[in-house]
Design a binder for this molecule. Structure first.
Ligand SMILES: [Zn+2]
Length: 183
């Protein structure tokens, strides 16, 4: 039998809604992960989550772990030899996320701020990630991008773009401001 509520008690019962759905929540996490990257030109974040919407692992692009970063180039001018370009030493966000996972990634979803390159696509497919949700696909005309999509198609990995509107980031800003104001 349902409890009968008096008028006073009823006041505390009302519908509430999260400001974010799961896609938006995890993309924001990936965006925050990208914020940690030191790369001066391209900051990328990745978050991998399981079927229960639990975050399994995350990563951002950065130099090979454990080596003296001060000796490596952050520049990307390709008139220098590869040895003196960042590309030779940077590990991508998705690869870092996969490397740092202590769990099996089969059936997980990967949220990435930039569509994966073909090298990361190989690892994503080999890890049996089932879906890739991306924010930007700014290299969509390149060969590497076509290869990545070909790998995903052949592996049966779904991919879709997520739009993050400024009202989501605006609400987040407001929320952050509120948290700080409450200190
Ligand atoms: Zn990559």
């Amino acid at each position: 039998m349902e409890t009968q509520l008096n008028e006073h008690d009823k006041k505390n019962y009302f519908q509430v809604k999260s400001q974010l759905n799961w896609d938006q929540y995890f993309m924001l996490q990936a965006m925050i992960a990208s914020f940690k990257s030191k790369d001066p030109s391209t900051k990328v974040g990745a978050v991998i989550v399981d079927k229960n919407n639990h975050q399994v692992t995350m990563g951002y692009n950065g130099f090979v772990s454990g080596i003296d970063e001060s000796k490596l180039p952050w520049g990307k001018d390709q008139s220098a030899s590869l040895e003196h370009q960042k590309y030779a030493y940077v590990v991508h966000a998705e690869t870092n996320a996969i490397l740092h996972s202590s769990q099996d990634l089969e059936g997980t979803r990967a949220y990435v701020t930039l569509f994966p390159c073909h090298e990361c696509a190989k690892l994503i497919a080999s890890s049996k990630v089932s879906e890739v949700i991306f924010l930007s696909d700014k290299y969509h005309c390149t060969e590497g991008n076509r290869i990545a999509k070909r790998i995903f198609d052949l592996a049966g990995i779904k991919y879709r773009q997520l739009e993050m509107t400024s009202d989501i980031t605006g609400n987040l800003n407001q929320h952050m401001g509120q948290l700080l104001a409450e200190l």
